[in-house]
Design a protein. Structure first.
Length: 131
């Protein structure tokens, strides 16, 4: 998202980071509303995550303003590059199951779940997976 904001002409990394945080919060709000509406939220765990997310937002914005823009850009680049290298090397060396081959061999991808709770109600595309 920071790269996209830079491409549209924003130059101040602190302003870009603030806008990224606001946009990310709105995206998460829409997702949270959807999950709550679909009755897919474990509220005690969601409360703990909410406290951690709010602490991260406030502490991150507080400390990122104290770091020079050049250093913030270097850290963002280093983290992005590290994650890209890690994902690339994992894709080369870690064998994953091909779902098409598994189904062609007559094996199930996973065991179907029981539809006994409200967790699965109204979500036929999710419940049970491919069986």
């Amino acid at each position: 998202m920071l790269a996209s904001l830079g491409l549209i002409g924003l130059g101040n990394i602190h302003e870009m980071n603030t806008l990224k945080t606001i946009l990310g919060s709105l995206i998460n709000l829409v997702a949270a509303a959807w999950f709550a509406w679909a009755n897919l939220v474990d509220w005690p765990k969601a409360g703990v995550m909410l406290v951690g997310a709010l602490a991260g937002y406030f502490l991150g914005s507080h400390f990122s303003q104290r770091i020079p823009q050049k250093r913030v850009r270097q850290m963002i680049t280093a983290i992005g590059l590290s994650l890209s290298v890690m994902i690339f090397t994992n894709s080369l060396f870690i064998k994953t199951r091909d779902p098409v081959e598994e189904l062609a061999a007559g094996r199930r991808l996973r065991e179907p779940r029981k539809r006994s709770s409200t967790y699965d109600q109204g979500l036929p595309f999710y419940a049970g997976g491919l069986a």
